[in-house]
Design a protein around this ligand. Structure first.
Ligand SMILES: [Zn+2]
Length: 217
């Protein structure tokens, strides 16, 4: 490739992390929630029923839209199974760290014992010295932009931006990171939407618009 006289800055890389898909024997293993932590959590409880497939479908649509806008994209998994590194949330963060991502976007869907809960929320790292102090500000900015854009693109209820101190995949990230809970699979109406290609595309458009608002382009 030959660059023009002015050159061209490398396009920002967005790291997409569709949640779950860990083999159960690996998922039940534990890992520290942050560097040096004595608090351990399981790597992957499997998520809500059907969540791994919905998250992957939305991530693949988001990848296509981001590539069309000129971003580079890396995905922690492109098929049903997550296999990178030791298979946990530390590995998901390390994957995005090693790609020097401008942003890590974790894609999930929610579940609740109440079938009436519905809507979209975006989780961001809480501030923790030595873990997230370097990514707290940009992660919050990205989270606000993505939450606004996904609510706007889908018309879903706005459950807001939520700071979380207990998420391993945030506490090991050295790049800005957010986690979009794209809706509740335990809500019959929202589950129907989340399984439809048309609605997945609206979610993907929202995530892409939010990324663009944060990262430019
Ligand atoms: Zn999940």
């Amino acid at each position: 490739m030959i660059l023009g006289a002015a050159g061209a800055a490398a396009a920002a890389l967005i790291c997409l992390d569709p949640g779950h898909g860990t083999p159960p024997a690996v998922g039940r293993q534990t890992e520290p929630i942050g560097p040096g932590s004595h608090v351990f959590k399981i790597k992957d409880g499997g998520g809500a029923s059907g969540e791994a497939a919905v998250a992957l479908a939305i991530a693949r649509r988001t990848r296509a839209l981001l590539l069309a806008r000129g971003y580079r994209v890396a995905m922690t998994r492109t098929g049903p199974t997550f296999r990178y590194g030791n298979g946990g949330n530390i590995a998901r963060a390390q994957f995005c760290n090693q790609h020097h991502a401008a942003l890590m976007v974790r894609i999930h869907a929610d579940g609740s014992s109440s079938s009436s809960l519905h809507g979209v929320s975006t989780l961001v790292p809480a501030w923790h010295r030595g873990w997230t102090d370097d990514i707290y500000g940009p992660s919050l900015r990205a989270g606000r932009a993505i939450q606004r854009a996904v609510v706007s693109a889908t018309g879903a209820a706005d459950r807001g931006v939520v700071r979380r101190s207990d998420l391993t995949g945030f506490n090991w990230a050295n790049v800005p990171a957010v986690l979009v809970e794209t809706g509740f699979l335990t809500s019959p109406a929202e589950s129907r939407l989340l399984h439809s290609g048309a609605y997945q595309q609206r979610v993907a458009r929202g995530i892409t618009a939010g990324v663009a608002a944060f990262a430019g382009r």
